[in-house]
Design a protein around this ligand. Structure first.
Ligand SMILES: Cc1cc2nc3c(=O)[nH]c(=O)nc-3n(C[C@H](O)[C@H](O)[C@H](O)COP(=O)(O)OP(=O)(O)OC[C@H]3O[C@@H](n4cnc5c(N)ncnc54)[C@H](O)[C@@H]3O)c2cc1C
Length: 468
């Protein structure tokens, strides 16, 4: 007999499982269909494994730094199998946590491949056969997959993407990373700390091209200090492989041919949406992604879509926020997504974190803005931690001082950006930030110090203006 659900969610990543949990909290009979492991890309092949490896990188860097501080530990050796096991243990534990929450929410979980048909019928192909469920509303949260560009010769070469690189057997001696975006620079940090020779090839004129230009310059300098080769403005012409050695031939920024060789090739050039679950629905698209409005409604009544499959931010917390909005609307409420405060974090060593508009974006929108920057070199905590590189930059609107964007670069900034987000969420001003007491010594004081400096400058400017 066909089972009936108020809401069926297809895809168990941070968009889908959060939507399902929320729908169940709202009292709706809910099912979640996941073809692979609960937690999606984020938990199994994305955020969590990369951050687990990056913690290893941080410890390695700390041990190396300790030598200069008079703490000797002997020579450093790595057990990649133990590093991988810790990563797998973390994933396993979090997967269990999601399964527990779904069970607690009385959500039926189908481990199978879902296909959404017109009329709310969802077919589920499992290991043992096929069944159909009937849904009043469907939330599509099928996520994305690494996009592999049509590079000449790539089909003849063994290469990795972020889907496969976490489970390589040994630490590579050398790695070429095609793509210097967020994912590429995080892997560069991981492999450099494990003593692989790392080269990044990026087509844009700078790495992390979607982030603040100054943050990109800062990160370039810090990655180069680790010995990572960075080739920007470089176009990959072709790749080839001889006895396991991969050769990447590029045209560099000056139009010269550049040849790079390594035993491992990682292609990290963006992601494409997983659409095969909804081919029968002929949903309207926004480029390659499913088109939605701010209620997460697709072009088909009673079908919602959230997360990487709709494009946009392609971040786990964005997917979850969209999942909550979709669940609210599918449950009969009225809710809209608000992307104004969307923190973006890059977990390299040191890190980059930002929220709101960059100075360039604000100016492009015709806003009159002022910018204040405070360097970590002036932070007692950063100096005592031996991490004096970095800055906090506040972008605020000139008339009322409302904070409209913050960029942070340096150690621990991914943990600090939420203060800036809270200010922006509550429409806080630079003056209010300059009055909020911060604990001393902390690196978070750099946010306060930048605000104090900005307010002092405003006062000085006003005093000068009233004197003339
Ligand atoms: C290496 C890497 C690092 C990242 N780090 C971060 C980070 O630090 N912070 C951050 O915010 N974001 C990060 N991301 C991005 C983040 O992982 C994604 O934005 C997020 O996972 C998107 O969630 P989602 O629910 O939309 O899709 P996904 O997490 O991709 O989940 C979709 C799920 O749907 C399932 N599915 C697909 N089709 C079907 C079907 N027909 N039937 C049933 N199930 C189906 C898939 O198996 C998958 O489990 C990272 C990504 C990568 C690759």
């Amino acid at each position: 007999m066909t089972k009936f659900y108020d809401i069926v969610v297809v895809g168990g990543g941070p968009g889908g499982y959060v939507a399902a949990l929320h729908a169940a909290e709202l009292g709706k009979k809910t099912a979640l269909i996941e073809a692979d492991f609960l937690g999606g890309t984020c938990l199994n092949r994305g955020c969590i494994p990369s951050k687990t490896y990056l913690k290893h990188s941080e410890v390695i860097e700390q041990i190396e730094k300790a030598k200069d501080w008079g703490i000797e530990t002997g020579s450093l050796t790595f057990s990649f199998s133990k590093i991988k096991k810790r990563k797998d243990d973390v994933i396993q534990r979090l997967r269990g946590g999601i399964a527990f929450l779904l069970k607690q929410g009385k959500i039926d979980v189908y481990n199978g491949y879902g296909s959404v048909l017109p009329g709310g019928v969802v077919k589920v192909k499992t290991a043992v056969g096929e069944e159909s469920v009937q849904a009043a509303k469907v939330i599509v949260a099928t996520g994305s997959t690494p996009a592999v560009p049509p590079i000449s010769g790539l089909d003849t070469v063994q290469f990795d993407t972020s889907d496969t690189i976490f489970d390589i057997k040994e630490i590579p001696k050398s790695v070429i990373i095609i793509g210097g975006g967020v994912i590429g620079v995080e892997f560069a940090t991981i492999f450099a700390s494990l003593k692989a020779q790392v080269s990044i090839v990026e087509a844009a004129d700078r790495i992390i091209p979607t982030e603040d230009a100054e943050a990109s310059k800062f990160l370039t300098k810090m990655l180069k200090k680790k010995g990572i080769n960075i080739h920007t403005g470089a176009k990959v012409l072709r790749v080839q492989e001889t006895e396991g050695l991969k050769t990447v031939i590029c045209e560099d920024a000056k139009g010269q041919e550049l040849t790079l060789q390594a035993d491992t090739l990682l292609v990290s050039t963006g992601r494409r949406p997983n659409l095969s679950a909804v081919t029968e629905l002929h949903l309207e698209q926004n480029g390659p992604f499913i088109k939605v409005n701010d209620k997460m409604e697709t072009s088909q009544t009673n079908v919602y879509a959230v997360g990487d499959v709709i494009g946009g931010w392609q971040l786990a917390h964005a997917a979850s926020a969209e999942g909550v909005v979709a669940a609210n609307n599918a449950a009969g409420g009225i809710d809209q997504i608000d992307y104004k405060v969307m923190p973006r974090c890059i977990y390299t060593l040191p890190e980059i974190a930002s929220v709101g508009l960059s100075e360039a974006e604000a100016k492009k929108q015709g806003m009159e803005v002022l910018v204040e920057k405070f360097d970590f070199a002036g932070s007692g905590k950063a100096l005592s931690a031996g991490e004096p590189e970095g800055f906090t930059k506040i972008i605020y609107e000139a008339k009322y001082g409302e904070i409209i964007g913050v960029v942070m670069a340096g150690s621990h900034v991914t943990e600090m950006i939420s203060e800036a987000s809270a200010f922006m969420y509550l429409e806080g001003t630079i003056e209010e930030a300059s009055k909020m007491i911060h604990p001393h010594p902390t690196i978070s004081e750099t946010f306060y110090e930048a605000a104090v400096n900005a307010v002092n400058k405003i006062r000085t400017d006003r005093a000068i203006q009233s004197a003339v």
